[in-house]
Design a protein around this ligand. Structure first.
Ligand SMILES: [Zn+2]
Length: 377
């Protein structure tokens, strides 16, 4: 496992690209940041907004997928207040939404928006989440499909010309193997998580397309034919960043995770992924599979944006990455209806044994040192 020399992103992230100097694409993109002609990008964005207003058929100029978190709150208010677009919010409501997640979504709507909330069948959602856990060691994978397909589906149905997405993961995470580092979000379904976005990925006995319509990403050619465009707002707007989005959204009523405790969540930032608490368990799984979890993601943003040194980030990762309280594990087992013994049996199968070994208590501990290249053999 190699680490980026600038941040502490490891090369185990699917789709990540390191250059000859062992710098990740996300850090290289950040170096570009100061050289970008942001005025030109803003002009381009205003042109797109003008185009959307001119091509609006059903009344809405753009659709914004929202959970009510820091990024979507910023997105929704930005496109309305700065770009003067008539917005339809599209929410794909997850099962198990947290109380603070519910409050944040309500806070956003109460700023005066129309919102369409879609709710995939919770029985199917639960069954697929369980299947996804066994098959991929990642139980969020199935949930990503309706989450991202929904905004495009609604744009198609309501003839909304523009879909506004948040950040381009090719730029912010450096996964340039799958996505291009530009402002076009129409090919979002090429990202590794949804790998094409075909509902058929989840077909099972007794479950076909008619049960999984919300899981189907619309055909990109059809979107193009209907003159629907999609952009990443983060590409066009200089002030887009985790910190700035958070500050802005908090000033508009966003609330963080109550009783924030990194030892229980493996998260140092109380505003990261707050709508579904059980996702904490999935970050632990990610950690055991790839050697990094949510804390790494969070501090890498901060290191790149100059708010934290690599050393400070490394200390936080050592302390908190992969942490997950037993409470969340118990709740998740209850949710999909398996015992904790069964849970660990499956998890043990997914643990990367080159990176982890058992300690004297039988728990998995890293063999690698955070931030230092590690020879897995
Ligand atoms: Zn990096």
């Amino acid at each position: 496992m190699r680490y980026c020399r600038k941040c502490i992103q490891p090369d185990t992230r699917p789709g990540i690209v390191f250059d000859g100097e062992n710098i990740c694409s996300a850090c290289r993109a950040r170096e570009e940041y100061e050289r970008i002609n942001w005025d030109a990008r803003e002009r381009e964005l205003r042109e797109i907004a003008k185009w959307a207003r001119g091509n609006s058929k059903g009344g809405f100029d753009c659709a914004v997928g929202v959970s009510g978190g820091k990024d979507s709150t910023f997105q929704a208010l930005y496109v309305r207040e700065r770009l003067d677009l008539k917005v339809l919010l599209v929410n794909c409501a997850p099962d198990n939404i947290s109380e603070v997640g519910r409050q944040n979504l309500e806070n956003l709507v109460q700023h005066g928006f129309d919102m369409l909330s879609m709710r995939p069948n919770p029985k199917i959602e639960r069954a697929l989440s369980k299947y996804s856990f066994y098959k991929y060691g990642n139980f969020v994978k199935s949930l990503e499909y309706p989450l991202y397909a929904s905004t495009f589906q609604i744009a198609l149905k309501f003839e909304i010309p523009l879909v506004v997405q948040g950040e381009n993961p090719a730029i912010t995470l450096g996964i340039t193997k799958f996505l291009e580092s530009n402002g076009n979000a129409l090919n979002w379904n090429n990202s590794p998580t949804v790998a094409g976005g075909n509902a058929s990925d989840w077909f099972q006995k007794g479950m076909g397309l008619k049960d999984l319509l919300f899981y189907q990403f619309p055909d990109v050619e059809e979107l193009k034919k209907k003159n629907i465009r999609a952009i990443y707002l983060g590409y066009y707007v200089k002030e887009w960043s985790n910190t700035k989005n958070t500050e802005f959204s908090v000033s508009r009523g966003l609330r963080g995770r109550p009783g924030h405790d990194p030892n229980k969540t493996g998260k140092t930032n109380p505003y990261f992924s707050i709508d579904v608490d059980l996702k904490v368990v999935n970050q632990m799984l990610k950690y055991l599979k790839f050697g990094f979890g949510s804390t790494t993601d969070e501090v890498c943003y901060d290191i790149r944006e100059g708010r934290m040194t690599r050393r400070e980030g490394t200390e936080l990762v050592k302390k908190y990455d992969g942490k997950c309280s037993d409470y969340y594990i118990r709740e998740w087992c209850k949710y999909i209806g398996i015992t904790e013994e069964e849970f660990w049996k499956v998890v043990d199968k997914w643990v990367n044994k080159k990176l982890f070994e058992r300690d004297e208590w039988g728990r998995w501990r890293p063999k690698f040192k955070v931030g230092e290249d590690f020879n897995e053999e």
